[in-house]
Ligand binder design. Structure first.
Ligand code: SF4
Length: 900
């Protein structure tokens, strides 16, 4: 190994390391300001200067490479004097009164001054300029205090190269230089998405979290690393709490985290008010008659009431008249226990959860084609693809940190990007090719690509021959999907179809990322299988940077599936209908188990409507906003004999229950969440649950035991040990091993390192199964009565049914209910931006506001986010389901619009 001498000490270094990196690794202090390991060397502040023997100049160690035999000094008198001058100049030029600064105690300029022994600035400079710049307080969550800015440029580099939002820059020159947003507008008026990366990376107190101001000095705050509770990216967060007030002060990203490297989105960083909200449920609530309002009760009375009711219904009507909805917001251990409760204590496989509504078609399509229904690759390797195709995923809004990685890959010139989405999305700005297909025409589009790729022999023949089966069926099925025919169905030009096929087909490695734009259709399983077909055809599965990458929507929706919160499988996708598997679980759990697949979410609601489902136990789900055709869901839930809801708030669904149990939220429990790339990560406890709220696993255990289960779990960790024994792909995933890196399944035993990429060398099912899939229209198309297509989805600032995000006022200020409509349609309806409008479908109607200015949608199509109870998009949506996965068609239904 090569060696360098620093301060007379011989030190080994690795290839491509800088002098600064070698020094830091060996605990040699060199102050820096503009350098950050994520943004790299900038050589702007020059504070990291060192002497190199043989050179008369001082060199910036952040950019000087370590070389064999180099002799370096980091703390000579000359260096110290130069550093003192630099720090003195910075302190003099601006307002660095540490006493009133939020960063006091967590400031790199203060550290440098302290280490150099500077007590007060040596110069008085630029007194005119010093107080000229006002604080920019206009953004919801971030304050820019220009007087404290040292012009290091770290925020600008982070904005451009990490989160790639391209908002910040230096404006003006000379003594007037300052950080500006867009073309020098206030941050609140700019295109800033408030991800907060700039505030996290600012070395001083110039860019700060607005709501942390005055809530505690850095040394008064305790920092606990845990996981973001929102989308499936699985970002690791540090929760900074003021222990005296027992409240969250701020959240920062964990810099070492494998799936977010310190980056977060607006929800993960600022959407935490729900945790300490006064609206949290703190006692069990009961009503013995649905005409009454709830009254508070005790835990023993609540558990006894539920136990008696479940026993009564089970004995009078049979276990299959009871259903349970588990939750993607609770841990693996809690999902495991919930399905065990339904199967082993109630005696039914009627257990499901919200994956049915988002990625059931992924589970079905990928399990059948590849043998495993999960995202095949990992987040870290996104930039290893030569071509990335994003289809049916508004990634920067729904999975923002993955959006950053995709933009980084393009910015670095590593990957070309193809974006396919019915409406313009932010990623389209970074795309080499963007096309907007007609809603629901994905199978035709994918068949068209495969037709062109096969015709032009751009596919990987060897891979198809060696690793796949049924190629001839696929070839035959796509034969007629010529560019002329596909262009007519999809409304994508023939020219663009050819361009995409060529770019994708000729790429050495190409990846596909998709989300609910693909899955939430009556043809959801067909759509997913078509993507698998394309990726098998091009030999892109089982290699770094390639794959079929289904982006999961909730923090633990992958884990809830893995844990068997599904009606046909035990944990680890082991089929209930397989007699050997059934025997294994019967033996382990000591009870007889049903081998008959249970009901899905959508079937349970139908059962309730028909009267065949008598009782429902709902943990952390809100079907009254999340399910399609809410008016029918409400009628069904009102009809059901007995309903228990276990949640953190009195949700729209809880309002219909007979009994409501107060649960702990993500910050009040320990356990595993498994993110979209199959990485199990540990949730750590920040607070005790409020009032009498309990962790979900404790509630389930109490109930099971009163019903005679005899479980003796003392912690969630005990449950994980049982999961390890019964779930092959989690065999090596213990809390201890998970640490801060997490472990990706399959991880068979305690020696196994985890599996970042699936299907290397061989598919989980042996050979990849190709399938010829004909295009089918969506279930409901526009007509004269309902002439518009409605598509629903998420917006960046809100999450799912709004139960958590809507407790943060700043998020509500940024994103309220709306229907996005094209300028052409708005003109013909006489609508202006912000006008009130009625949206009507065959199932109901709602009132909301027109959003015309976004102008990102084709004529004839409108888009609504589904987060808002006051304008619930799912009153309108079509409950028609995919015949295999039973997922509803949220992405296409026919509506009419009337200006109010
Ligand atoms: Fe949380 Fe997802 Fe945002 Fe990450 S990208 S901070 S996991 S919501």
């Amino acid at each position: 190994m090569s060696k360098i001498i620093i301060n007379q000490k011989e030190i080994a270094f690795k290839e491509n390391q800088t002098i600064l990196e070698v020094a830091r690794e060996n605990d040699i202090y060199i102050p820096t300001l503009c350098y950050h390991k994520k943004t790299g060397p900038a050589s702007v502040c020059r504070l990291c200067i060192v002497e190199i023997e043989g050179s008369k100049d001082l060199h910036t160690s952040c950019s000087a490479p370590a070389k064999e035999g180099l002799v370096v000094k980091t703390n000579t008198k000359r260096i110290i004097e130069a550093r003192k001058t630099i720090v003195n100049l910075l302190l003099s030029n601006g307002n660095h009164d540490c006493l009133s600064c939020e960063a006091n105690g967590d400031c790199e300029l203060q550290d440098a001054a302290y280490n150099l022994g500077i007590e007060a600035p040596a110069f008085t400079l630029d007194s005119d300029n010093k107080h000229r710049l006002e604080k920019d307080n206009t953004a919801e969550f971030i304050v820019i205090d220009h007087k404290r800015c040292i012009k290091c440029g770290r925020c600008i580099t982070a904005d451009r190269e990490l989160v790639v939002n391209n908002v910040l820059d230096f404006g003006f020159r000379g003594k007037n230089i300052k950080v500006i947003c867009d073309n020098d507008v206030l941050m609140g008026d700019s295109s800033c998405v408030q991800c907060g990366e700039c505030s996290q990376i600012c070395p001083v107190g110039a860019i700060i979290d607005k709501r942390a101001i005055g809530k505690g000095r850095p040394w008064e705050l305790k920092k606990i690393a845990t996981l973001c509770p929102y989308c499936g990216v699985g970002c690791q967060i540090n929760v900074h709490i003021n222990e005296k007030q027992n409240k969250i002060v701020k959240i920062t990203g964990v810099e070492e985290a494998p799936c977010n490297e310190g980056m977060l989105c607006i929800k993960g960083r600022y959407g935490f008010d729900f945790v300490n909200s006064g609206e949290r449920l703190i006692k069990p609530l009961i009503r013995k008659n649905r005409d009454q309002y709830f009254t508070e009760t005790t835990w023993p009375e609540a558990i006894k009431f539920i136990s008696d009711k479940f026993k009564e219904i089970k004995s009078s009507s049979g276990p299959d008249t009871i259903g349970g909805l588990s939750s993607a917001k609770t841990t693996n251990e809690e999902n495991y226990l919930f399905q065990k409760f339904m199967r082993a204590v109630i005696g039914t496989n009627n257990v499901d959860h919200c994956a049915r509504l988002c990625h059931a078609s992924t589970v079905a399509g990928l399990a059948n084609s590849l043998g495993s229904g999960a995202m095949t690759n990992n987040i870290k390797d996104i930039d290893k693809a030569d071509v990335i195709m994003v289809i049916g995923s508004n990634t920067t809004e729904a999975h923002p940190v993955i959006g950053y990685y995709v933009k980084q890959a393009v910015r670095k010139g590593k990957s070309k990007l193809i974006v396919v989405d019915p409406k313009w999305i932010e990623l389209a700005d970074s795309a080499d090719i963007y096309v907007n297909q007609k809603c629901g025409s994905d199978v035709a589009f994918l068949n068209g690509l495969m037709h062109l790729i096969i015709k032009n022999e751009w596919f990987d023949k060897e891979y198809v021959e060696d690793r796949c089966e049924n190629f001839s069926e696929l070839k035959e099925a796509v034969k007629d999907y010529t560019q002329e025919k596909v262009s007519k169905i999809t409304k994508i030009s023939e020219e663009n179809l050819i361009k995409i096929a060529e770019l994708f087909g000729k790429a050495k490695t190409a990846s596909v990322f998709y989300s609910m734009g693909i899955t939430q259709h009556t043809t959801g399983t067909d759509n997913v299988w078509s993507i698998a077909n394309l990726q098998m055809l091009c030999g892109n599965i089982g290699k770094d940077g390639g794959g079929v990458n289904a982006l999961r929507g909730q923090a633990n929706v992958q884990g809830a599936c893995d844990m068997g919160a599904l009606p046909n499988v035990y944990p680890g996708y082991q089929k209930v209908s397989d007699s050997k598997i059934n025997e294994k679980f019967q033996k382990a759990w000591g009870v007889n188990l049903s081998d008959k697949a249970g009901l899905t979410v959508t079937e349970m609601i139908k059962g309730a409507e028909k009267g065949s489902l008598k009782a429902l136990y709902i943990m952390g789900e809100n079907p009254m906003l999340s399910d399609p055709d809410i008016n029918s869901v409400k009628k069904a839930l009102e009809k059901i004999d007995f309903m228990v809801v276990q949640d953190i708030f009195l949700t729209e669904t809880a309002m219909l229950a007979d009994i409501v149990l107060p649960a702990a939220c993500f910050a009040e429990k320990e356990g595993l969440f498994t993110n979209t790339e199959r990485r199990a990560q540990l949730l750590r406890k920040v607070f005790r649950p409020p009032g009498e709220a309990k962790e979900d696993w404790q509630i389930i255990t109490d109930l099971a035991n009163l019903m005679g289960a005899g479980w003796n779990y003392t912690s969630a960790c005990d449950i994980q040990e049982e999961i390890r024994e019964l779930t092959p792909q989690y065999g090596g995933i213990s809390w201890e091993r998970v640490g801060y890196e997490g472990l990706q399944w399959p991880c068979k035993d305690l020696e196994h390192p985890g599996t970042p990429v699936l299907h290397i060398g061989k598919f989980a099912r042996g050979k990849g199964l190709m399938k010829g899939i004909p295009y089918k229209d969506p279930d409901e198309l526009p007509d004269t009565e309902y002439p518009f297509i409605l598509s629903t989805g998420r917006v960046l600032q809100q999450f799912h049914t709004g139960t958590m995000t809507r407790k943060t006022a700043g998020l509500n200020n940024l994103a309220g209910p709306k229907v996005v409509i094209s300028e052409e349609d708005a003109l013909s309806l006489g609508l202006a931006n912000g006008d009130k409008i009625k949206v009507i479908s065959r199932r109901g109607e709602i009132e909301t506001f027109a959003s015309v200015s976004e102008a990102n949608i084709p004529k004839g199509t409108v888009f609504m986010p589904f987060h808002y109870y006051e304008a619930a998009a799912n009153i309108l949506t079509n409950p028609a389901v995919d015949p295999v996965a039973k997922i509803p068609e949220y992405k296409v239904c026919a509506v009419n619009l009337i200006k109010i």
